[in-house]
Structure formats: C-alpha cells, structure tokens
Design a protein around this ligand. Structure first.
Ligand SMILES: CC(=O)CC(=O)SCCNC(=O)CCNC(=O)[C@H](O)C(C)(C)COP(=O)(O)OP(=O)(O)OC[C@H]1O[C@@H](n2cnc3c(N)ncnc32)[C@H](O)[C@@H]1OP(=O)(O)O
Ligand SMILES: NC(=O)C1=CN([C@@H]2O[C@H](COP(=O)(O)OP(=O)(O)OC[C@H]3O[C@@H](n4cnc5c(N)ncnc54)[C@H](OP(=O)(O)O)[C@@H]3O)[C@@H](O)[C@H]2O)C=CC1
Length: 291
C-alpha cells in the first residue's frame, strides 16, 4: 500500500518533529495531543524548527508555507483514524499507548497501518491489543527528528511483509535511513545508549565527578556532541527512567537498575529541558548544573 496520509498522536518533542518531517516531505499530516496547550506548543515548535532550517538554507520560505499547509492540528483522537499510517508518539507508558490504540480501533480504515515511536516497549505486546497485529510495527525516530538521520524499524512477531515494506519505503521517501532491530527491550539504540546515560548518572551519584566534569569528559574525551547528562535532559529524564525500567524488567538483569538519583530527579519533576530543570537549570540565560 502506498502511504499518503499520516496521523501523529502526541505533539511533544518527538511528535512535532515527526509531523514536521512528514509534512515537509509532502504527506498530509494530522497532529493530535491530549493537551490543547501541548498541541499549540507543538505547532509553534514546527514553525520555529522550519525557520532554523531556513536560516541554514536547508529549506525555503515556500517549503515552510507548503509544509504548514500539509499540517492539520486536530482536537479529537477520532479524527486520527481515517488515514494510511498512524504514528503514536505519546508518553513512554505502556498503558497510555495501549489506550490510544484501543480508542482508535473503531475509527480506522481496514488497511490503516499502526506504528509506535516507542523507545523501548514491546511492539508484539502493543500489537496484540489491536485488531491488526499484522499491520503493526515499531517506527522509532531519533531526537531531534528534523536533524537525526536514523529511524529504527521493529517488527512485532506478527508484522507482515507488506506492512514492513510500506513503512520502510516511507522512511526512505522522507529522506531518512532505516535500520532493523528485533523486538526485544529497547531495541538497539537505547539498549546501548541508555545504560551509558544511566552509568553517567551513577558516576554523578557516587561522586566520581560533577555534572560539568562528566559532560566535559565525554564531549572532549569521546567526541560526543552532547555530554550524557546534557543528552539525558534533552531526551527527558522521565523517558530515560521509563527506558531503564523496561530494560530492567524485560531483561531481568540488575545491571539495568535505574540509578536512584535519576528516580529522585523524576520524582522531583525535574525532567530536563521540557520542565526547565534537570541536571541543568535552564531558567536563566545559560544552563547551570544542578549538582
Ligand atoms: C531516546 C530515544 O528513544 C532515542 C534517541 O533519540 S537517543 C538521542 C539521539 N540524539 C542524540 O544523540 C543527539 C546528540 N546531539 C546532537 O547530535 C547535536 O547536539 C544536535 C544535532 C542536537 C545539535 O547540533 P549541534 O551542531 O551540536 O548544535 P546546534 O548548532 O545547536 O544545532 C545545529 C542545528 O541542528 C538543528 N537543531 C538543533 N537542535 C534542534 C532541535 N532540538 N530541534 C530541531 N532542530 C534542532 C538546528 O537546525 C541547528 O541549527 P541552529 O541552532 O543554528 O538553528
Ligand atoms: N525524547 C526522546 O529523545 C525520544 C522519545 N521517543 C519516544 O517518543 C514518545 C514521546 O516522547 P517525547 O516526545 O519525548 O515525550 P513528551 O513528554 O515530550 O510528549 C508526549 C506527549 O504526549 C502527550 N500525551 C500523553 N497522553 C496522551 C494521549 N493519551 N493521547 C495523546 N497525547 C498524549 C503528552 O501530553 P501531556 O504532557 O499533557 O501528558 C505530551 O504532550 C515516547 O514513547 C518516547 O519514548 C523516541 C525517541 C526519542
């Protein structure tokens, strides 16, 4: 099936980025969020990120106008069903994702493909709660979506070949590069990256270094574009903790236990950039380490 129309559910960091790249590539995109405020903020972020790309001569003003013309913010989940492809990009909590898919089922076309942008959660389990496990897969973008080249494709145990090929094809058409991961906890990128970030938080927790020394060490010592703690704030500490819990529970290995300091920050509501405070405080002109 050729994909022409897309719904993106969740207009947060990832959802607005996904809607951006599909609308820019010419797809008709509906964007929905449970929070009207988040939907408005997501649409504003798309405008801002298009301006950043214009400033770098990556796109033109006409491209921006055409992209925004392809985008329709919608106020009900029901309006997200009558499309070729659904991309769920809501909070990394399985119950939230399952409820979204269950609520969508009565509004879907027979051939609508369902995907999740989940960082870590079992595709097979999410698919099993729908009426179409053969037409369900993981479509995992990287943050920030307009800039990062990779998209991880994850088949559930029942995903059929037509579905995989249609999704693989659309990733190429939006100019991204896909890799394939088996459906096991956190797939490839986060199976490797998140334990590293968790280890950086343990390094802070045990007093081996402070926020600045840890991030500086990895930026200048390993040529990382962001330090691991800066990256954790960028991803969202709630999402980092959710991924570590999926690894710890799913692989039943204590090496994946989340650092208690990560839990403490999340319990304080210090979620990183999206709450203005995490390992850095973003409320001033420059980010200031909080430890
Ligand atoms: C958690 C999961 O499930 C999976 C994941 O996503 S894991 C996380 C994967 N992502 C990473 O590892 C990101 C690591 N960081 C980087 O690659 C870089 O710091 C970065 C691309 C984010 C920024 O690039 P940079 O060259 O270092 O800095 P910067 O000059 O600020 O950005 C370059 C351009 O990228 C774009 N950009 C940067 N941040 C952006 C954002 N948040 N959204 C959209 N575009 C952005 C802009 O066009 C920016 O240009 P301007 O700032 O001049 O407008
Ligand atoms: N952050 C990252 O670097 C990456 C994240 N991901 C994955 O993408 C998904 C989204 O992450 P991210 O964008 O960072 O999260 P955010 O917290 O930035 O955005 C999630 C959005 O989903 C909304 N939401 C919550 N419940 C519902 C619902 N029932 N229906 C519609 N919208 C809802 C939230 O609203 P509210 O805030 O009001 O609850 C919020 O606006 C997660 O599965 C995450 O693991 C994948 C790659 C990278």
């Amino acid at each position: 099936m050729e994909i022409k129309t897309v719904s993106v559910i969740g207009a947060g960091q990832m959802g607005n980025g996904i809607a951006h790249v599909f609308a820019l590539a010419g797809y008709q995109v509906r964007l929905y969020d449970i929070s009207r405020e988040a939907l408005d903020a997501g649409m504003a972020a798309i405008g801002k990120n298009l301006d950043r790309a214009i400033a770098r001569s990556l796109v033109t003003e006409e491209d921006k106008a055409r992209t925004l013309g392809n985008l329709s913010p919608v106020s009900t989940l029901q309006e997200c069903g009558d499309v070729d492809l659904v991309i769920e990009a809501a909070t990394e909590r399985e119950a939230i994702k399952q409820a979204i898919f269950e609520d969508l089922l009565p509004h879907l076309r027979k051939n609508t493909i369902l995907t999740s942008n989940t960082s870590s959660i079992s595709i097979t389990r999410l698919a099993s709660r729908t009426d179409r496990p053969e037409q369900f897969m993981g479509l995992h973008f990287m943050n920030p979506v307009p800039v990062m080249q990779l998209v991880e494709l994850i088949r559930g145990i029942a995903t059929d070949e037509d579905t995989f090929r249609a999704v693989e094809d659309v990733v190429a058409k939006i100019g991204k590069t896909s890799s394939t991961a088996e459906d096991f906890p956190a797939f490839i990128v986060n199976r490797i990256l998140m334990p590293m970030i968790n280890e950086a938080i343990y390094t802070l927790y045990e007093g081996v270094g402070n926020v600045k020394s840890i991030d500086t060490s990895m930026k200048l010592g390993a040529n990382h574009p962001m330090g691991p703690l800066e990256l954790a704030d960028f991803i969202g500490l709630d999402t980092c903790l959710a991924i570590m819990n999926v690894l710890h529970d799913g692989l039943a290995d204590t090496k994946y236990r989340p650092c208690p300091l990560l839990t403490k920050y999340v319990e304080a509501g210090w979620l990183g950039r999206k709450s203005q405070r995490g390992f850095y405080d973003y409320r001033g002109d420059e980010p200031v380490p909080t430890r």
